[in-house]
Design a protein around this ligand. Structure first.
Ligand code: GLN
Length: 452
């Protein structure tokens, strides 16, 4: 049914970069055989899923939305992919994204834009916009994404679905094509909070193949989603997120949702996190710095595209030609920015300074979580914007992640859940719920209360 749905709507939505019915159906038959043989596969056995095309898959290509990886076949599965296969989920295909996950609209993909199923003239968010659109358009019941600065929560918000950024290190980065390694976090998309929690549990937990993986029990997120009880819970409204630059319809739905939580017995207070206003500039030094280092591996020798290798050119020339043609403009902007920020003589002024700001943000969270159990804010300042509106204005594009970035810099958990439609345009609004490191269950508990 999902393959039929993809065939019917994906020519308009363009959520998928790769769909292969034969491979999908073969996987489904294999799950049937395992179940028939009496294997215990868990609650999601047989459920179809779409993977963001940054997770490696041995039976499907992996492009990261870039020309430079065109034609590359990964020799191994990402841990997220492998664990979900083992749990019996069936892969429908690979979804579109901003090249190397750099963007907030999926317009930076080398393979065309993805459209928001609510309004095809608008963006589905990004960078995991293919994954959010696929779930919102009923092409897939579940999908995976990655969140480096907001790339799960912001697309979830603007397509009216649930998207979770787990605690950093709670989900494995092994086999995830790296953008900014100290921030990248795999997470689930679903149409309900409980579905997201079940998917979260199915791929999370310690992985010896990722040196930053946390060796601790996975928070009991499905249980929290089933309970959804917020009586007595202390909820902090982040004072710095709201006001100028926020769409009135987003703020109206946000305020109503906070009142709803209060009526369910939560204690609501305002909390100030002054360093959060400096998160965006700090992120745009740290993320490009790490990307400039990570993307050095695309040297025209190891993966995918190779341009101009006709026997007359040196390895350096082939590398330069390949990178010039293989990377898009946003990726090049970030590599240049990051190389500059890391260069000797500037390191302390830019990267070093940004790392200090990062510590201040983590301290703001720490102080806040002494007062409250969770923090809430709108997920993103506006609803889905029109395709093309911010394409030539990187600063305007970067502002889509104003409210999500502090969580990435501090490494804690946060979810976006739908909280109604904005009056101005009838488009979905997301509530962001932020919890401490390994407090992922609190995100699901509050999210489930809002959903009911
Ligand atoms: N939009 C942010 C960026 O462009 C975040 C992307 C992400 O989370 N992958 O870097």
């Amino acid at each position: 049914a999902h393959l039929d749905r993809i065939a019917a709507v994906d020519p308009q939505v363009n959520a998928f970069l790769h769909v292969d019915a034969e491979t999908t159906l073969a996987q489904a038959r294999r799950v049937d055989e395992r179940l028939a043989a009496g294997e215990e596969l868990g609650p999601l056995a047989g459920v179809p899923i779409a993977h963001k095309d940054v997770f490696t898959t041995t039976d499907m290509p992996t492009t990261a939305g870039s020309k430079i990886l065109e034609g590359w076949r990964p020799p191994y599965d990402a841990t997220v992919t492998r664990r979900l296969r083992e749990a019996g989920l069936v892969i429908l295909g690979k979804t579109n994204l901003d090249e190397f996950a750099m963007g907030s609209s999926t317009e930076n993909s080398a393979y065309g834009v993805t459209r928001n199923p609510w309004d095809l003239s608008r963006i589905p968010g990004g960078s995991s916009g293919g994954s959010s659109a696929a779930v919102a358009a009923y092409e897939a019941p579940l999908s995976t994404g990655t969140d480096t600065g907001g790339s799960i929560r912001q697309p979830a918000a603007v397509t009216g679905i649930v998207g979770m950024k787990p605690t950093y290190g709670g989900s494995s980065r092994y086999g995830l094509i790296a953008f900014a390694s100290s921030l990248d976090t795999p997470g689930p998309f679903a149409r309900t909070v409980l579905d997201a929690a079940l998917l979260h549990e199915a791929f999370s937990g310690h992985d010896a193949l990722d040196s930053t993986s946390i060796d601790a029990a996975v928070p009991r997120v499905a249980e929290a989603a089933r309970e959804g009880d917020v009586a007595g819970l202390r909820i902090g409204v982040v004072k710095e997120f709201g006001g100028d630059g926020y769409q009135p319809g987003v703020l109206a739905r946000f305020r109503e949702t906070v009142e709803l939580l209060e009526s369910l017995g939560a204690k609501v207070v305002e909390v100030s996190c002054p360093s959060f206003t400096t998160a965006l500039p700090a992120y745009y030094l740290i993320a490009p710095s790490e990307c400039s280092s990570n993307l050095a591996r695309f040297d025209a020798m190891r993966y995918g595209l190779r341009v101009g290798d006709d026997g007359t050119r040196s390895a350096e020339e082939v590398m330069a030609l390949t990178r010039a043609q293989g990377f898009g403009p946003e990726v090049k902007r970030r590599i240049i920015l990051g190389t500059y920020a890391l260069s000797s003589g500037y390191y302390d002024a830019y990267y070093g300074q940004a790392q200090k700001v990062r510590t201040l943000i983590a301290r703001d969270f720490e102080a806040a979580f002494h007062q409250v159990d969770v923090l809430v804010s709108p997920t993103t300042p506006t609803t889905a914007f029109p395709i093309g509106e911010r394409a030539d204005d990187p600063m305007a594009m970067y502002l889509a992640d104003l409210c999500t970035i502090p969580t990435n810099l501090a490494g804690n958990a946060a979810i976006s859940v739908p909280c109604g439609l904005a009056d101005e345009d009838g488009l979905p609004v997301g509530l962001q719920i932020m919890a401490p490191v390994l407090g992922d269950d609190r995100c699901y508990r509050v999210g489930a209360a809002v959903e009911r």
